[in-house]
Design a protein around this ligand. Structure first.
Ligand SMILES: C[S@@+](CC[C@H](N)C(=O)[O-])C[C@H]1O[C@@H](n2cnc3c(N)ncnc32)[C@H](O)[C@@H]1O
Length: 291
C-alpha cells in the first residue's frame, strides 16, 4: 500500500462533505471545485474523472478548514490568496480589492489607446493588487507604468505580484504611495486609468456577500459614490499632458454622472462602453490638445 493510501479520504467523499457545507447551487459548486483544486492540485477535469483519488489526511484537513471559512462567507480569493486577471494569477489579500472580470475591459480599452510601439507614461490610480498596472506593463514593455495607491499594504501586494509576473528588475513599472495624482508632476503623463472606490456609503450591498470582507477604503466614495471621481478628474487636469486620456471604471448607474463631471472639467471625446452584461461600465475623456 502506498503511504498516501494508508490514511486518506476519497475525493468523492470530500466533495460530498463540501456540497453538504456549501450547498449545491452553481456558485457553490464552482467554489468547491476551486478550493479542492487549490489544495489538491487536481484540475476540475481531474476531479470529475478520478472520484476515487486518495486525498491525504493532511490535505483533506486543509480543504475542510477552507470549506469552513467559505461557509462563513469569506471570499474564495482570500482563502486561496489568489485570483486570475487578464493573463495572470495575482496574489490578493484582505488589504486589496478582489479583482473583478469587468475591470479587464479597462485594460482592453487602455491597450487600444496605446499602439504597440508608442513610448508613453501611464498611471494607474488606486492600483490595489496592481492588476491593471501589471497587465499594461506586461502587454506594453515600452510604456512606463506607475501604480499608485495610498495603502502601503496594498502596494506590498502589488510589488509581490510584480516579482511573480514581471520581475522586480523590470524597468517599466514603479509604485508610488500617495493620494490619487497628487504626487504626479504637472503635464507629465499621457494616460491615467483608474478603478476608484465608487459605492455609496449607505449601499445595502456593503453588508452582503464577498464585499463584507473587502477593505472599505477600496469600495466607498462618499454619499453618492462620486467623491473620488471628482478628486481624480480635478487632479488629472494638471497631471495629464495636452491630448492625454483619462479612463475610468464606474458603477453601472454612474455613466452619465461621470460623463458630466468630465464634461464640466473640459474633457473632450467623452465615450462610454458597456461590459459583457450590457452595463455601462467604462467612461473615458481626453484633455484637449490645446488650451
Ligand atoms: C476599487 S479598488 C481598485 C483596485 C484595483 N485597481 C482593481 O481594479 O482591482 C480602489 C483602490 O483605490 C485605493 N484608494 C482609495 N483611496 C485612495 C486615494 N485617496 N489615493 C490613492 N488610492 C486610493 C484603494 O486603496 C484601492 O486599492
Amino acid at each position: 500500500m502506498k503511504p498516501s493510501e494508508i490514511e486518506s479520504t476519497r475525493l468523492l467523499a470530500l466533495l460530498a462533505e463540501g456540497r453538504a457545507l456549501l450547498g449545491v447551487d452553481t456558485d457553490a459548486r464552482i467554489d468547491l471545485r476551486v478550493l479542492v483544486e487549490h489544495y489538491t492540485g487536481l484540475t476540475r477535469t481531474q476531479q470529475l474523472m478520478d472520484a476515487d483519488y486518495p486525498v491525504t489526511s493532511e490535505v483533506a484537513e486543509c480543504v475542510r478548514a477552507a470549506l469552513q471559512r467559505r461557509a462563513q462567507g469569506e471570499p474564495v480569493a482570500y482563502i486561496t490568496g489568489q485570483r486570475s486577471f487578464w493573463r495572470h494569477e495575482f496574489l490578493v489579500t484582505p488589504a486589496t480589492l478582489i479583482p473583478r472580470p469587468e475591470t479587464e475591459h479597462l485594460v482592453e480599452w487602455a491597450l487600444e489607446k496605446i499602439p504597440q510601439n508608442l513610448c508613453c507614461t501611464v498611471v494607474d490610480l488606486g492600483t490595489g493588487s496592481g492588476v491593471i498596472a501589471l497587465s499594461l506593463a506586461f502587454e506594453r514593455p515600452q510604456v512606463l507604468v506607475l501604480g499608485c495607491d495610498f495603502s502601503a499594504t496594498a502596494l506590498n501586494v502589488a510589488q509581490a505580484n510584480q516579482s511573480r509576473i514581471l520581475s522586480m528588475k523590470s524597468r517599466n513599472l514603479c509604485w508610488i504611495r500617495g493620494s490619487w495624482a497628487q504626487m504626479i508632476a504637472p503635464q507629465s503623463v499621457d494616460m491615467i486609468v483608474s478603478n476608484p472606490p465608487y459605492i455609496c456609503a449607505d449601499d445595502p450591498h456593503l453588508s452582503q456577500g464577498d464585499v463584507r470582507f473587502e477593505p472599505i477604503s477600496a469600495l466607498v466614495a462618499g454619499e453618492a459614490g462620486l467623491d473620488d471621481y471628482r478628486l481624480i478628474i480635478n487632479q488629472a487636469q494638471y497631471a495629464l499632458k495636452l491630448g492625454g486620456w483619462l479612463l475610468f471604471e464606474h458603477g453601472h448607474a454612474q455613466a452619465e454622472l461621470v460623463q458630466d463631471l468630465l464634461d464640466q472639467a473640459g474633457f473632450v471625446a467623452i465615450e462610454t462602453r458597456q461590459d459583457l452584461a450590457g452595463h455601462p461600465r467604462n467612461t473615458i475623456g481626453q484633455k484637449p490638445e490645446s488650451i
